[in-house]
Ligand binder design. Structure first.
Ligand code: ATP
Ligand code: ZN
Length: 295
């Protein structure tokens, strides 16, 4: 249920767990700020309160977030899906948030010859993600020895601890710097919004409101607002290219035979669409970011 406009002052407090310091922290806070949620006492202490939304923020290590949310200490949490899966804790996932995208990959010393997943049969693999790795290799019927380590996984082969590693990768540059090559990806991750399994009714209303705002912010981030001038004869084909949220807005220009057309285009379609618009005679194309988008 969407409940934008609910009288928030009469409600209980919703608690959300965010990573205190790390790759998720800044973007998690940014998301709340973009949702119009102000933070009165900053992000330095372990708890913060919003001054304009009944929200308390708990700043934790990311590894602790699934458990706090599962136990209801926090009603919601923002954490990498890799951490939730690795903990083996089943939590309702409300949204994928589109940041902290990374993958969990198997990597081997770069001089080794790799001809497929069978390479790992009876090998020793170092990882901080033993559960995800074990489940994946079991599905592939690969027997191996998993060495669980909590950090600096990428040096495990060079110090003779393991034949291969399984670690988080985004660009692969850390692996390369350590003489490793990524050979097989086993899990795709991004930041997700998770919820405690049974949210009390009052907090559910607040969670719905927050979810409504987050969806509007994410939709806005994924789209651009586009304004252009077009010869009238190109209006129909341009409308096909830019269907917009309902349909494009078309306004006549002072110059006869021309119109101004306004629409919305998904960020990912942007460059191909621009080329096609130019081919159709569009001029004066302006593209701007959207702050919030509510369908
Ligand atoms: P904490 O101190 O909270 O335990 P951490 O060191 O375990 O932090 P970070 O390195 O901050 O964790 O990573 C947090 C999450 O960000 C990871 O669980 C993963 O989901 C994502 N992540 C990790 N590495 C990358 C990367 N290179 N690019 C994008 N996202 C990443
Ligand atoms: Zn961690």
């Amino acid at each position: 249920m969407v409940c934008s406009g609910t009288n928030l002052k009469t409600m209980n407090t919703l608690k959300i767990a965010l990573q205190k310091s790390g790759r998720l922290s800044e973007k998690s806070i940014r998301l709340l700020l973009d949702c119009g949620i102000g933070l009165s006492n900053g992000t330095k202490s372990l708890k913060a309160k919003s001054d304009n939304f009944p929200l308390e923020i708990l700043f934790l290590r990311d590894d602790d977030i699934p458990q706090y949310v599962a136990e209801g200490v926090a009603h919601l949490g923002i954490v990498g899906s890799n951490v939730v899966t690795e903990k083996g804790i089943s939590l309702p996932q409300l949204l994928q948030l589109g940041f902290a995208k990374c993958r969990l990959s198997l990597a081997i010393p770069k001089e080794e010859n790799y001809e497929g997943i069978g390479f790992f049969q009876n090998k020793k693999i170092a990882t901080s993600y033993p559960r995800i790795l074990k489940e994946y290799l079991q599905q592939k019927q690969i027997e191996c020895d998993i060495e669980e380590i909590s950090g600096s996984v990428e040096i495990a082969t060079s110090i003779g601890l393991a034949h291969a590693v399984c670690d988080i990768v985004s660009t692969g540059s850390t692996l390369l710097q350590n003489g490793l090559k990524e050979v097989h990806s086993i899990y795709q991750s991004e930041a997700v919004l998770v919820s405690t399994p049974s949210l009390p009714a009052a907090e559910q209303v607040l969670a719905n409101e927050l979810l409504f705002r987050i969806k509007a912010v994410l939709a806005a981030r994924q789209n651009k607002y586009i304004l252009l001038n077009t010869p009238n004869k190109s209006i129909d084909p341009i409308c096909q290219l830019l269907p917009g949220m309902k349909s494009p807005t078309i306004l006549p220009l002072a110059q006869p035979g021309w119109s101004s057309l306004h629409s919305v285009v998904p960020e990912n379609d942007f460059w191909p669409v621009i080329s096609a618009l130019k081919d159709l005679g569009a001029e004066g194309i302006l593209v701007t970011s959207i702050e919030k988008m509510i369908a």
